[in-house]
Design a protein around this ligand. Structure first.
Ligand code: FES
Ligand SMILES: [Fe+2]
Length: 391
């Protein structure tokens, strides 16, 4: 869609806006050819979850942290990624690294603090010590106790990591070099345009929800529910069931027009700006979403814990030089209130699915992005044809 670091591909931007304007004028919806469906098992089965973790979560690059969270030389962060304990570090030259947060002696968790600034990490059990490049640099009583120890083989277990577009991406099952742009599959130009590296985290919510991770993603993939589920919050700012989406491989860009869309109809096209009149929601497959608003964005990050449980983080990302603290706290509170409506529904659906009432979930023609998303998941896990099939 967008070409270059900061240059918007105007023709695509205008085409997307014309598409939603035309739908609105015609009183029509963005429709896929067919209804689709997904098996209830995909959300409730422990076996299915284990396969998702092994064949999907650990196989694709994950957004482990925003670059600003690893703030400056010798900073570190502790994160769980795809069920694995991870230590993210920035060395003295500013280079980012990812390791398993596990002592190479007998397996203790090396770092307990959530974040901080440290050049070396000492295990709390017997004090083996590594630098922030992962090299083993100290072993108490080494000469007598470990006369044959080859320190080279006891570096921290490294995880493939690249810092790009403002995030640290890690992949536990990737070879050393991580092909991020191959993974992004055409979304790289949009990621460059979003300029995540110029942002900072202004506010964070972290919590656990009794919901399968996919329900939390699906909540953003249609506007069918806006006027109903969000009637107390954002409903007046959006149109009923008006949205479009485009696929970039397994990733999805959803276009969610705001009520102000029709103001553009009387304006010259050169004044049309997509971020002024729509929310864009990027689903970066499988479990990250970027909700792009006029002057900031919200990063929705999921860490699936089990079939029925997910840890989630909402981070409001704002321009790094914008220090309107109260403004962004208020903004974050509104986002949190709205998205909590979705998360509570996710828990409601989880309980409903686990009751066995429904064998399948049925997605209407204007819920097509849900079918596509689940088809992508099914492809990774090798699920049968009935999963994410036509109804
Ligand atoms: S387990 Fe870490 S130093 Fe022994
Ligand atoms: Fe919602």
């Amino acid at each position: 869609m967008f070409v270059g670091e900061d240059k918007v591909d105007r023709s695509t931007e205008i085409a997307l806006l014309k598409e939603v304007l035309a739908l609105k004028s015609a009183g029509s919806f963005f429709l896929d050819g067919q209804q689709t469906r997904n098996n209830a098992d995909a959300y409730a089965s422990a076996d299915r979850f284990a396969v998702e973790r092994a064949a999907l979560f650990r196989r694709v690059p994950a957004m482990a942290a925003h670059a600003s969270e690893l703030n400056g030389p010798d900073s570190f962060l502790r994160r769980d990624v795809a069920g694995l304990p991870m230590l993210l570090t920035r060395d003295g030259e500013g280079q980012a690294h990812a390791f398993l947060n596990v002592c190479r002696h007998r397996g203790t968790r090396l770092v307990d603090d959530a974040a901080g600034c440290r050049k070396r990490f000492t295990c709390p059990y017997h004090a083996w010590t590594w630098n922030n490049r992962g090299d083993l640099i100290a072993v108490p009583h080494e000469a007598q106790g470990f006369p044959d120890l080859d320190r080279q083989h006891f570096g921290l277990k490294r995880v493939a990591c690249v810092e790009r577009y403002g995030w640290l991406w890690v992949c536990t099952d990737a070879p050393e070099a991580l092909d991020l742009d191959g993974f992004l599959d055409g979304l790289s130009t949009d990621m460059a345009w979003l300029d995540g590296a110029s942002l900072r985290v202004a506010a964070t919510l972290e919590e656990e929800r009794a919901s399968n991770w996919k329900f939390l993603i699906e909540a953003g993939l249609e506007a069918y529910h806006f006027q109903v589920a969000h009637r107390a919050t954002i409903a007046p700012y959006f149109h009923d069931n008006l949205s479009t989406y485009q696929m970039f491989g397994d990733h999805i860009r959803s276009v969610l027009p705001r009520a102000s869309l029709m103001e553009m109809a009387g304006q010259p096209e050169d004044r049309w700006r997509i971020r002024d009149h729509t929310n864009l929601l990027y689903t970066i497959f499988p479990m990250n979403q970027l909700l792009v608003q006029q002057d900031h964005m919200i990063w929705i990050h999921l860490e699936p814990l089990s079939a029925g449980r997910t840890r989630l983080a909402l981070r409001t990302l704002v321009p790094a030089d914008d220090d309107r603290h109260d403004h962004w706290q208020r903004n974050h509170a509104i986002t949190q209130r709205t998205l909590t409506e979705d998360f509570v529904l996710g828990e409601s659906i989880q309980a409903g699915i686990e009751s066995g009432a429904n064998d399948v979930l049925t997605f209407g023609r204007f819920e097509g992005a849900l079918g596509r998303f689940n088809a992508s998941v099914a492809r990774f896990v090798g699920a049968g044809a009935t999963s994410a099939g036509r109804s």
